[in-house]
Ligand binder design. Structure first.
Ligand SMILES: [Zn+2]
Length: 264
């Protein structure tokens, strides 16, 4: 599962230990099924049972793992996800170490993290990509307001925005630690928007027409769809293009100012 999926899992497990003295086992009822991304997000989480703990007496099983995500099912014939509209993402939790938290403070506070990049190796990428030029226009406006803007940079590429401080993190947990200090996140529906929610950071999230905010969005964020009904198509989709194009720079900028408590 992707990092966003793991973060949503921690939202499902929230409070299990503190409130019920139970551990959530993500798996098929027999085997706890973590994958290569699980430990990164689940580390030190008191609500979760780890692989090998299947015989604990205090387990609550949830059938959520790679290939079975609860919030969607694959309509392979039409190459789209069918969304489970009864599902609601709850903000996740990440248990950072004291050292990770300290490192996350190295840029101070009161900055905006902007994420223009959608993983290009995913076939859905064009349906989530608002476009670097528009993100650049938002950076220009925020910078003109005197705000500091940070952008994570990746080896795999993605546009570097002018006027944003490019940051090469030590990994996703480091990115979350920095995000936890940010005043605001702006970017597409994806791993970092789930991360912002988990860290209690405000957000302006560009959904477009792929996935409904009612399923993977968070109430504390401003979730922009361009007025579209979500289609779920994971191949390039004209409807999703129209939806993204319907989200204006001014709309994102105004939402950012509103989230920051600034006059609009
Ligand atoms: Zn579409």
């Amino acid at each position: 599962m992707g990092l966003g999926d793991q973060l949503m899992a921690t939202g499902m497990a929230r409070g299990a230990w503190a409130q019920r003295r139970r551990k959530v086992a993500f798996g098929d009822g027999r085997r706890i099924r973590w994958d290569q991304n699980s430990d990164l997000i689940f580390r030190d989480n008191p609500n979760l049972a780890r692989p090998g703990e299947e015989r604990r007496p205090d387990l609550e099983w949830i059938g959520y793992f790679k290939g079975q995500r609860i919030y969607n099912t694959n309509d392979a014939a039409r190459r789209r996800w069918v969304w489970n509209l009864d599902f609601r993402a709850e903000p996740g939790e990440v248990f950072l170490s004291a050292g990770e938290i300290r490192a996350g403070r190295r840029f101070g506070r009161r900055f905006v993290v902007i994420e223009p990049y959608v993983p290009s190796w995913k076939s859905v990428a064009p349906n989530k990509d608002w476009g670097a030029q528009r993100y650049q226009a938002v950076v220009d406006r925020l910078a003109a307001d005197g705000l500091t803007v940070l952008q994570f940079l990746y080896d795999k590429g993605g546009p570097a925005l002018r006027g944003a401080h490019g940051v090469r993190t030590a990994g996703f947990r480091d990115a979350l630690a920095i995000l936890g200090q940010a005043a605001l996140f702006i970017g597409p529906e994806g791993g970092l928007h789930h991360g912002a929610a988990a860290m209690g950071t405000k957000g302006v999230v560009l959904f477009g027409g792929f996935i409904p905010p009612s399923v993977t969005g968070y109430a504390a964020h401003t979730n922009l769809t361009g007025g579209a009904e979500a289609c779920g198509s994971y191949t390039p989709c004209a409807h999703c293009r129209v939806a993204l194009d319907a989200i204006s720079v001014e709309e994102v900028y105004a939402a950012a100012r509103r989230q920051l408590g600034m006059a609009v």
